[in-house]
Design a protein around this ligand. Structure first.
Ligand SMILES: CC(C)(COP(=O)(O)OP(=O)(O)OC[C@H]1O[C@@H](n2cnc3c(N)ncnc32)[C@H](O)[C@@H]1OP(=O)(O)O)[C@@H](O)C(=O)NCCC(=O)NCCSC(=O)C(=O)O
Length: 414
Protein backbone atom coordinates (compact mmCIF):
# COMPACT_ATOMS: atom_id res chain seq x y z
CA UNK A 1 0.00 0.00 0.00
CA UNK A 2 1.26 3.47 -0.76
CA UNK A 3 2.04 5.05 2.56
CA UNK A 4 1.55 8.68 1.66
CA UNK A 5 -0.51 11.01 -0.50
CA UNK A 6 -4.00 12.43 0.00
CA UNK A 7 -5.67 9.10 -0.77
CA UNK A 8 -3.42 6.90 1.42
CA UNK A 9 -5.49 4.28 3.20
CA UNK A 10 -8.16 4.04 0.50
CA UNK A 11 -8.37 0.70 -1.24
CA UNK A 12 -9.45 0.50 -4.87
CA UNK A 13 -10.17 -2.84 -6.54
CA UNK A 14 -9.72 -2.31 -10.24
CA UNK A 15 -11.18 -4.68 -12.82
CA UNK A 16 -10.75 -2.28 -15.72
CA UNK A 17 -8.76 -2.48 -18.93
CA UNK A 18 -7.73 -0.35 -21.93
CA UNK A 19 -7.72 3.40 -21.15
CA UNK A 20 -10.64 5.04 -19.37
CA UNK A 21 -10.77 2.77 -16.28
CA UNK A 22 -7.00 2.32 -15.89
CA UNK A 23 -6.48 6.07 -16.26
CA UNK A 24 -9.02 6.73 -13.52
CA UNK A 25 -7.42 4.22 -11.14
CA UNK A 26 -3.88 5.37 -11.94
CA UNK A 27 -4.90 8.88 -10.91
CA UNK A 28 -6.16 7.44 -7.62
CA UNK A 29 -2.94 5.40 -7.21
CA UNK A 30 -0.77 8.43 -7.95
CA UNK A 31 -2.49 10.15 -5.05
CA UNK A 32 -1.67 7.30 -2.71
CA UNK A 33 -4.64 4.89 -2.95
CA UNK A 34 -3.86 1.19 -2.74
CA UNK A 35 -4.98 0.08 -6.20
CA UNK A 36 -5.31 -3.65 -6.72
CA UNK A 37 -5.57 -4.50 -10.38
CA UNK A 38 -7.49 -7.71 -10.92
CA UNK A 39 -6.39 -9.35 -14.15
CA UNK A 40 -7.69 -12.38 -16.01
CA UNK A 41 -5.18 -15.25 -16.35
CA UNK A 42 -3.99 -13.96 -19.74
CA UNK A 43 -3.49 -10.47 -18.35
CA UNK A 44 -5.24 -7.19 -19.07
CA UNK A 45 -5.99 -6.82 -22.79
CA UNK A 46 -3.36 -4.17 -23.40
CA UNK A 47 -0.57 -5.59 -21.26
CA UNK A 48 1.44 -7.23 -23.97
CA UNK A 49 0.10 -5.72 -27.19
CA UNK A 50 2.80 -3.95 -29.14
CA UNK A 51 5.52 -4.45 -26.46
CA UNK A 52 7.68 -1.53 -25.39
CA UNK A 53 9.50 -3.30 -22.52
CA UNK A 54 9.46 -7.11 -22.22
CA UNK A 55 5.81 -8.02 -21.53
CA UNK A 56 4.63 -4.41 -21.29
CA UNK A 57 3.06 -2.19 -23.94
CA UNK A 58 3.54 1.58 -23.87
CA UNK A 59 -0.13 1.99 -23.07
CA UNK A 60 0.10 -0.37 -20.14
CA UNK A 61 3.17 1.42 -18.79
CA UNK A 62 1.49 4.81 -19.23
CA UNK A 63 -1.68 3.78 -17.40
CA UNK A 64 -0.82 1.24 -14.73
CA UNK A 65 1.89 2.50 -12.39
CA UNK A 66 1.24 2.59 -8.66
CA UNK A 67 -0.94 -0.52 -8.76
CA UNK A 68 -0.56 -4.09 -7.54
CA UNK A 69 -1.62 -6.98 -9.74
CA UNK A 70 -3.54 -10.08 -8.75
CA UNK A 71 -4.63 -12.72 -11.25
CA UNK A 72 -8.14 -14.05 -10.73
CA UNK A 73 -10.21 -16.23 -12.99
CA UNK A 74 -13.63 -14.79 -12.33
CA UNK A 75 -15.24 -17.73 -14.06
CA UNK A 76 -14.01 -20.07 -11.29
CA UNK A 77 -15.57 -20.39 -7.83
CA UNK A 78 -12.25 -19.73 -6.18
CA UNK A 79 -11.57 -16.60 -8.24
CA UNK A 80 -14.99 -15.20 -7.46
CA UNK A 81 -14.58 -15.94 -3.76
CA UNK A 82 -11.33 -13.95 -3.67
CA UNK A 83 -12.90 -11.13 -5.68
CA UNK A 84 -15.75 -10.91 -3.18
CA UNK A 85 -13.34 -10.85 -0.26
CA UNK A 86 -11.33 -8.11 -1.96
CA UNK A 87 -14.42 -6.05 -2.69
CA UNK A 88 -15.61 -6.51 0.89
CA UNK A 89 -12.30 -5.00 2.04
CA UNK A 90 -12.38 -2.12 -0.44
CA UNK A 91 -13.56 1.47 -0.51
CA UNK A 92 -13.88 1.68 -4.28
CA UNK A 93 -14.31 -0.79 -7.10
CA UNK A 94 -13.88 0.14 -10.76
CA UNK A 95 -14.70 -1.78 -13.93
CA UNK A 96 -15.37 -1.13 -17.59
CA UNK A 97 -17.16 -4.30 -18.57
CA UNK A 98 -19.95 -4.04 -21.05
CA UNK A 99 -23.42 -4.19 -19.52
CA UNK A 100 -24.38 -7.73 -18.55
CA UNK A 101 -20.81 -8.92 -17.94
CA UNK A 102 -20.67 -7.92 -14.23
CA UNK A 103 -23.84 -9.95 -13.61
CA UNK A 104 -22.28 -12.99 -15.31
CA UNK A 105 -19.13 -12.57 -13.24
CA UNK A 106 -21.12 -12.16 -10.00
CA UNK A 107 -19.85 -8.63 -9.30
CA UNK A 108 -22.84 -6.53 -10.30
CA UNK A 109 -23.88 -3.47 -8.33
CA UNK A 110 -26.78 -4.87 -6.37
CA UNK A 111 -24.79 -7.90 -5.18
CA UNK A 112 -21.75 -5.77 -4.30
CA UNK A 113 -23.79 -3.16 -2.45
CA UNK A 114 -25.22 -5.92 -0.31
CA UNK A 115 -21.74 -7.30 0.31
CA UNK A 116 -20.26 -3.89 1.20
CA UNK A 117 -22.70 -1.01 1.71
CA UNK A 118 -19.84 1.48 1.96
CA UNK A 119 -18.48 0.53 -1.43
CA UNK A 120 -18.21 3.15 -4.15
CA UNK A 121 -19.05 1.14 -7.25
CA UNK A 122 -17.65 2.91 -10.31
CA UNK A 123 -18.01 1.82 -13.90
CA UNK A 124 -17.32 3.13 -17.35
CA UNK A 125 -19.28 1.81 -20.32
CA UNK A 126 -19.77 2.89 -23.90
CA UNK A 127 -23.43 3.94 -23.71
CA UNK A 128 -24.61 3.42 -20.13
CA UNK A 129 -27.04 0.88 -18.74
CA UNK A 130 -30.23 1.95 -20.55
CA UNK A 131 -31.30 2.72 -24.11
CA UNK A 132 -31.08 0.97 -27.49
CA UNK A 133 -27.27 0.91 -27.61
CA UNK A 134 -26.66 0.03 -23.98
CA UNK A 135 -25.58 -3.54 -24.75
CA UNK A 136 -22.96 -2.43 -27.26
CA UNK A 137 -19.22 -2.26 -26.72
CA UNK A 138 -17.33 0.84 -27.78
CA UNK A 139 -13.91 2.28 -28.39
CA UNK A 140 -12.81 5.87 -28.75
CA UNK A 141 -13.02 6.05 -32.54
CA UNK A 142 -16.47 4.51 -32.67
CA UNK A 143 -17.77 6.99 -30.12
CA UNK A 144 -16.08 9.86 -31.97
CA UNK A 145 -18.18 8.77 -34.93
CA UNK A 146 -21.52 8.33 -33.23
CA UNK A 147 -21.20 11.50 -31.13
CA UNK A 148 -20.64 13.90 -34.04
CA UNK A 149 -16.98 14.54 -33.35
CA UNK A 150 -15.47 13.14 -36.53
CA UNK A 151 -18.13 14.69 -38.77
CA UNK A 152 -17.34 18.07 -37.24
CA UNK A 153 -13.72 17.65 -38.32
CA UNK A 154 -13.99 16.86 -42.03
CA UNK A 155 -11.08 16.77 -44.46
CA UNK A 156 -10.62 20.16 -46.21
CA UNK A 157 -12.58 18.95 -49.23
CA UNK A 158 -15.43 17.90 -46.96
CA UNK A 159 -15.41 14.37 -48.36
CA UNK A 160 -14.42 12.38 -45.29
CA UNK A 161 -14.84 12.60 -41.55
CA UNK A 162 -11.61 12.65 -39.54
CA UNK A 163 -10.74 11.46 -36.06
CA UNK A 164 -9.74 14.20 -33.67
CA UNK A 165 -6.08 14.29 -32.81
CA UNK A 166 -5.25 10.60 -33.26
CA UNK A 167 -5.39 10.17 -29.52
CA UNK A 168 -8.06 8.62 -27.35
CA UNK A 169 -9.58 11.94 -26.40
CA UNK A 170 -12.83 10.47 -25.19
CA UNK A 171 -11.35 7.67 -23.11
CA UNK A 172 -9.14 10.06 -21.21
CA UNK A 173 -12.02 12.44 -20.65
CA UNK A 174 -14.23 9.62 -19.40
CA UNK A 175 -11.45 8.41 -17.09
CA UNK A 176 -11.09 11.83 -15.54
CA UNK A 177 -14.83 12.15 -15.08
CA UNK A 178 -14.97 8.76 -13.43
CA UNK A 179 -12.22 9.78 -10.99
CA UNK A 180 -14.10 12.99 -10.26
CA UNK A 181 -17.26 10.97 -9.57
CA UNK A 182 -15.41 8.53 -7.31
CA UNK A 183 -13.93 11.32 -5.21
CA UNK A 184 -17.24 13.17 -4.97
CA UNK A 185 -18.94 9.98 -3.82
CA UNK A 186 -16.16 9.37 -1.35
CA UNK A 187 -16.58 12.82 0.18
CA UNK A 188 -20.29 12.18 0.51
CA UNK A 189 -19.54 8.86 2.16
CA UNK A 190 -17.50 10.67 4.78
CA UNK A 191 -20.77 12.32 5.81
CA UNK A 192 -23.25 9.52 5.31
CA UNK A 193 -21.19 6.37 5.69
CA UNK A 194 -22.91 4.95 2.59
CA UNK A 195 -21.35 4.10 -0.75
CA UNK A 196 -22.80 4.91 -4.16
CA UNK A 197 -22.86 3.87 -7.75
CA UNK A 198 -20.76 6.12 -10.01
CA UNK A 199 -21.01 5.82 -13.77
CA UNK A 200 -19.22 7.45 -16.65
CA UNK A 201 -19.84 6.67 -20.30
CA UNK A 202 -17.83 7.29 -23.43
CA UNK A 203 -20.82 8.88 -25.17
CA UNK A 204 -21.35 11.39 -22.37
CA UNK A 205 -17.64 12.23 -22.31
CA UNK A 206 -17.74 12.82 -26.08
CA UNK A 207 -20.75 15.09 -25.76
CA UNK A 208 -19.23 16.94 -22.87
CA UNK A 209 -16.23 17.81 -25.06
CA UNK A 210 -18.68 19.48 -27.44
CA UNK A 211 -20.71 21.26 -24.78
CA UNK A 212 -20.33 24.71 -26.31
CA UNK A 213 -22.10 23.46 -29.42
CA UNK A 214 -24.81 21.69 -27.53
CA UNK A 215 -26.86 24.59 -26.30
CA UNK A 216 -30.37 25.15 -27.57
CA UNK A 217 -33.45 26.93 -26.39
CA UNK A 218 -36.59 24.99 -25.73
CA UNK A 219 -39.69 26.49 -27.26
CA UNK A 220 -42.43 27.55 -24.87
CA UNK A 221 -44.38 24.41 -25.59
CA UNK A 222 -41.39 22.40 -24.33
CA UNK A 223 -40.45 21.20 -27.82
CA UNK A 224 -36.81 21.28 -28.81
CA UNK A 225 -35.94 22.81 -32.17
CA UNK A 226 -35.40 20.29 -34.92
CA UNK A 227 -31.80 19.68 -35.95
CA UNK A 228 -30.56 21.25 -39.18
CA UNK A 229 -31.68 19.42 -42.31
CA UNK A 230 -29.48 17.62 -44.77
CA UNK A 231 -27.47 14.42 -44.81
CA UNK A 232 -24.28 14.10 -42.81
CA UNK A 233 -22.36 14.33 -46.09
CA UNK A 234 -24.00 17.55 -47.15
CA UNK A 235 -23.56 19.12 -43.77
CA UNK A 236 -19.92 18.01 -43.55
CA UNK A 237 -19.17 19.70 -46.87
CA UNK A 238 -20.72 22.92 -45.68
CA UNK A 239 -18.69 22.70 -42.48
CA UNK A 240 -15.49 22.12 -44.46
CA UNK A 241 -16.07 25.03 -46.82
CA UNK A 242 -16.91 27.28 -43.89
CA UNK A 243 -13.70 26.18 -42.14
CA UNK A 244 -11.63 26.84 -45.26
CA UNK A 245 -13.21 30.21 -45.62
CA UNK A 246 -12.31 31.09 -42.08
CA UNK A 247 -8.76 29.87 -42.50
CA UNK A 248 -8.41 32.08 -45.54
CA UNK A 249 -9.90 35.09 -43.86
CA UNK A 250 -8.60 34.91 -40.38
CA UNK A 251 -5.34 36.57 -39.79
CA UNK A 252 -4.95 36.50 -36.11
CA UNK A 253 -6.10 33.16 -34.75
CA UNK A 254 -4.20 30.66 -36.83
CA UNK A 255 -0.90 29.02 -37.72
CA UNK A 256 1.60 30.57 -40.16
CA UNK A 257 4.48 28.99 -41.96
CA UNK A 258 7.78 30.71 -41.10
CA UNK A 259 11.24 30.51 -42.67
CA UNK A 260 12.03 27.37 -40.62
CA UNK A 261 8.77 25.93 -39.28
CA UNK A 262 5.39 27.10 -38.05
CA UNK A 263 4.15 29.58 -35.50
CA UNK A 264 0.64 29.80 -34.06
CA UNK A 265 -0.82 33.14 -33.02
CA UNK A 266 -3.95 33.71 -30.97
CA UNK A 267 -5.31 37.27 -30.86
CA UNK A 268 -8.85 37.42 -29.55
CA UNK A 269 -9.11 41.01 -28.44
CA UNK A 270 -8.52 44.42 -30.00
CA UNK A 271 -5.24 45.32 -28.22
CA UNK A 272 -3.75 41.97 -29.30
CA UNK A 273 -4.88 42.54 -32.89
CA UNK A 274 -3.30 45.98 -32.88
CA UNK A 275 0.00 44.46 -31.79
CA UNK A 276 -0.34 41.83 -34.49
CA UNK A 277 -0.93 44.54 -37.07
CA UNK A 278 2.14 46.53 -36.18
CA UNK A 279 4.42 43.48 -35.82
CA UNK A 280 3.41 42.05 -39.19
CA UNK A 281 3.37 45.48 -40.83
CA UNK A 282 -0.31 45.60 -41.68
CA UNK A 283 -2.29 48.76 -41.32
CA UNK A 284 -5.98 48.58 -41.96
CA UNK A 285 -8.94 49.86 -39.91
CA UNK A 286 -10.84 46.69 -40.77
CA UNK A 287 -8.50 44.89 -38.56
CA UNK A 288 -9.76 46.45 -35.38
CA UNK A 289 -13.20 45.03 -35.67
CA UNK A 290 -13.46 42.75 -38.67
CA UNK A 291 -16.65 41.06 -37.50
CA UNK A 292 -18.61 44.31 -37.59
CA UNK A 293 -17.98 44.93 -41.27
CA UNK A 294 -20.40 43.76 -43.96
CA UNK A 295 -19.38 40.66 -45.85
CA UNK A 296 -19.26 42.11 -49.34
CA UNK A 297 -17.25 40.66 -52.16
CA UNK A 298 -14.90 43.59 -51.87
CA UNK A 299 -14.43 42.98 -48.22
CA UNK A 300 -13.65 39.35 -48.93
CA UNK A 301 -11.07 40.35 -51.47
CA UNK A 302 -9.49 42.79 -49.09
CA UNK A 303 -9.30 40.19 -46.35
CA UNK A 304 -7.72 37.72 -48.71
CA UNK A 305 -5.16 40.31 -49.78
CA UNK A 306 -4.29 41.01 -46.15
CA UNK A 307 -4.04 37.32 -45.39
CA UNK A 308 -1.75 36.58 -48.28
CA UNK A 309 0.40 39.59 -47.37
CA UNK A 310 0.69 38.31 -43.79
CA UNK A 311 1.45 34.80 -45.02
CA UNK A 312 4.31 36.04 -47.15
CA UNK A 313 5.68 38.24 -44.32
CA UNK A 314 5.74 35.29 -41.96
CA UNK A 315 8.01 33.29 -44.26
CA UNK A 316 10.68 36.00 -44.01
CA UNK A 317 11.67 35.34 -40.39
CA UNK A 318 12.31 32.33 -38.20
CA UNK A 319 9.82 30.86 -35.76
CA UNK A 320 11.98 32.00 -32.83
CA UNK A 321 12.01 35.58 -34.11
CA UNK A 322 8.25 35.67 -34.51
CA UNK A 323 7.65 34.11 -31.12
CA UNK A 324 9.92 36.70 -29.51
CA UNK A 325 8.23 39.60 -31.26
CA UNK A 326 4.74 38.53 -30.23
CA UNK A 327 5.76 37.48 -26.75
CA UNK A 328 7.35 40.86 -26.12
CA UNK A 329 3.91 42.44 -26.62
CA UNK A 330 2.07 39.83 -24.59
CA UNK A 331 0.32 38.27 -27.60
CA UNK A 332 -0.37 34.55 -27.04
CA UNK A 333 1.76 32.61 -29.50
CA UNK A 334 3.81 29.40 -29.69
CA UNK A 335 6.03 27.45 -32.01
CA UNK A 336 4.39 24.35 -33.49
CA UNK A 337 6.17 21.41 -31.86
CA UNK A 338 6.07 17.62 -32.03
CA UNK A 339 4.77 15.96 -28.87
CA UNK A 340 7.91 13.83 -28.37
CA UNK A 341 9.96 17.05 -28.07
CA UNK A 342 7.89 18.02 -25.07
CA UNK A 343 9.42 15.23 -23.01
CA UNK A 344 12.56 17.35 -22.84
CA UNK A 345 11.01 20.82 -23.03
CA UNK A 346 12.25 23.40 -20.53
CA UNK A 347 8.74 24.58 -19.65
CA UNK A 348 7.42 21.08 -19.15
CA UNK A 349 10.52 20.23 -17.12
CA UNK A 350 9.88 23.24 -14.89
CA UNK A 351 6.32 22.07 -14.31
CA UNK A 352 7.50 18.61 -13.22
CA UNK A 353 4.82 16.94 -15.33
CA UNK A 354 6.76 13.76 -16.02
CA UNK A 355 7.54 11.00 -13.55
CA UNK A 356 10.15 8.29 -13.59
CA UNK A 357 10.47 4.76 -12.25
CA UNK A 358 12.67 1.77 -12.80
CA UNK A 359 11.25 -1.30 -14.48
CA UNK A 360 13.19 -4.40 -13.44
CA UNK A 361 15.17 -5.95 -16.30
CA UNK A 362 14.38 -2.98 -18.53
CA UNK A 363 15.56 0.28 -17.06
CA UNK A 364 14.49 3.74 -16.15
CA UNK A 365 11.22 4.85 -17.70
CA UNK A 366 9.99 8.42 -17.99
CA UNK A 367 6.28 8.95 -18.52
CA UNK A 368 3.53 11.50 -18.03
CA UNK A 369 2.59 12.13 -14.40
CA UNK A 370 -0.83 12.52 -12.80
CA UNK A 371 -1.66 15.81 -14.53
CA UNK A 372 -2.41 17.70 -11.34
CA UNK A 373 -0.44 19.04 -8.41
CA UNK A 374 -1.59 19.14 -4.79
CA UNK A 375 1.00 20.95 -2.71
CA UNK A 376 3.60 19.62 -5.10
CA UNK A 377 3.82 16.42 -7.08
CA UNK A 378 3.51 12.90 -5.70
CA UNK A 379 6.88 11.14 -5.63
CA UNK A 380 8.20 7.62 -5.30
CA UNK A 381 6.16 6.07 -8.10
CA UNK A 382 6.12 2.29 -8.43
CA UNK A 383 6.42 0.74 -11.87
CA UNK A 384 3.47 -1.08 -13.44
CA UNK A 385 3.23 -4.56 -11.95
CA UNK A 386 4.16 -7.82 -13.62
CA UNK A 387 1.10 -9.95 -14.31
CA UNK A 388 0.06 -11.40 -10.94
CA UNK A 389 3.13 -9.99 -9.20
CA UNK A 390 1.22 -9.39 -5.98
CA UNK A 391 -1.21 -12.30 -6.05
CA UNK A 392 0.29 -14.09 -3.02
CA UNK A 393 0.87 -10.87 -1.07
CA UNK A 394 -2.77 -9.81 -1.51
CA UNK A 395 -4.10 -13.28 -0.67
CA UNK A 396 -2.01 -13.23 2.54
CA UNK A 397 -3.40 -9.81 3.43
CA UNK A 398 -6.94 -11.02 2.89
CA UNK A 399 -6.31 -14.11 5.02
CA UNK A 400 -5.06 -11.88 7.84
CA UNK A 401 -8.20 -9.71 7.85
CA UNK A 402 -10.82 -10.33 10.55
CA UNK A 403 -13.69 -12.33 9.06
CA UNK A 404 -16.18 -9.43 9.17
CA UNK A 405 -13.81 -6.79 7.79
CA UNK A 406 -15.34 -4.59 5.20
CA UNK A 407 -14.18 -1.24 3.92
CA UNK A 408 -12.54 1.20 6.29
CA UNK A 409 -14.46 4.00 7.98
CA UNK A 410 -14.27 7.24 6.12
CA UNK A 411 -13.78 9.30 9.25
CA UNK A 412 -10.72 7.44 10.41
CA UNK A 413 -8.88 9.33 7.71
CA UNK A 414 -10.03 12.78 8.69
C1 LIG B 1 -13.60 -2.47 -23.85
C2 LIG B 1 -14.63 -3.40 -24.50
C3 LIG B 1 -14.89 -2.93 -25.93
C4 LIG B 1 -14.02 -4.79 -24.55
O1 LIG B 1 -14.96 -5.68 -25.02
P1 LIG B 1 -14.79 -7.21 -24.75
O2 LIG B 1 -13.40 -7.60 -25.11
O3 LIG B 1 -15.90 -7.92 -25.40
O4 LIG B 1 -14.85 -7.26 -23.13
P2 LIG B 1 -16.06 -7.46 -22.12
O5 LIG B 1 -16.06 -6.37 -21.13
O6 LIG B 1 -17.33 -7.62 -22.83
O7 LIG B 1 -15.66 -8.84 -21.43
C5 LIG B 1 -15.11 -9.90 -22.19
C6 LIG B 1 -15.21 -11.25 -21.52
O8 LIG B 1 -14.12 -11.39 -20.60
C7 LIG B 1 -14.59 -11.98 -19.39
N1 LIG B 1 -13.69 -11.62 -18.29
C8 LIG B 1 -13.27 -10.40 -17.99
N2 LIG B 1 -12.45 -10.43 -16.93
C9 LIG B 1 -12.33 -11.71 -16.56
C10 LIG B 1 -11.61 -12.42 -15.54
N3 LIG B 1 -10.81 -11.79 -14.68
N4 LIG B 1 -11.74 -13.75 -15.48
C11 LIG B 1 -12.52 -14.41 -16.36
N5 LIG B 1 -13.23 -13.80 -17.34
C12 LIG B 1 -13.13 -12.47 -17.44
C13 LIG B 1 -15.98 -11.42 -19.30
O9 LIG B 1 -16.75 -12.17 -18.44
C14 LIG B 1 -16.47 -11.49 -20.73
O10 LIG B 1 -16.88 -12.80 -21.04
P3 LIG B 1 -18.43 -13.20 -21.17
O11 LIG B 1 -19.03 -12.94 -19.82
O12 LIG B 1 -18.35 -14.64 -21.55
O13 LIG B 1 -18.99 -12.31 -22.22
C15 LIG B 1 -15.95 -3.41 -23.70
O14 LIG B 1 -15.68 -3.94 -22.42
C16 LIG B 1 -16.56 -2.05 -23.51
O15 LIG B 1 -17.21 -1.50 -24.39
N6 LIG B 1 -16.36 -1.42 -22.31
C17 LIG B 1 -16.94 -0.10 -21.97
C18 LIG B 1 -16.32 1.05 -22.73
C19 LIG B 1 -14.80 1.10 -22.61
O16 LIG B 1 -14.25 1.26 -21.53
N7 LIG B 1 -14.16 0.97 -23.76
C20 LIG B 1 -12.68 1.00 -23.88
C21 LIG B 1 -12.15 2.35 -23.75
S1 LIG B 1 -10.51 2.38 -24.32
C22 LIG B 1 -10.60 2.81 -25.99
O17 LIG B 1 -11.60 3.15 -26.46
C23 LIG B 1 -9.41 2.81 -26.83
O18 LIG B 1 -8.44 2.22 -26.39
O19 LIG B 1 -9.46 3.40 -27.91
Amino acid sequence: MNGSGPLAGIRVVDFSGYIAGPFCTQMLGDMGADVIKVEPPAGEQWRGQDPFAPGFSKSFVALNRNKRSIVLDLKSENGRGVARALIASADVMVHNYRPGVPERLGIDYSAMRELNPKLIYASNSAYGQKGPRAHQAGYDLVIQAVSGLIASNPTPDGRAPRRYAGIALIDFTAGQMLAFGVLSAFIQRLRTGIGQKVESTLIEAALSLQRQKLVSVEALDGQCPQPAKGTVRERMRTAASHANDLVERELYYRTYETSDGYVTIGCLNVPQRKHFMSIVGLDDPWFENPDALPQTDDEDRRRRALTSYAESEFTKKSTTDWVKAFEDCGVPCAPVQMSADLMFDEQVEAGGYFVGFTMPEFGRVRTMGSGVSINGRPEGHRPPPELGQHTQEILDELAALPAAATSADGDRRT
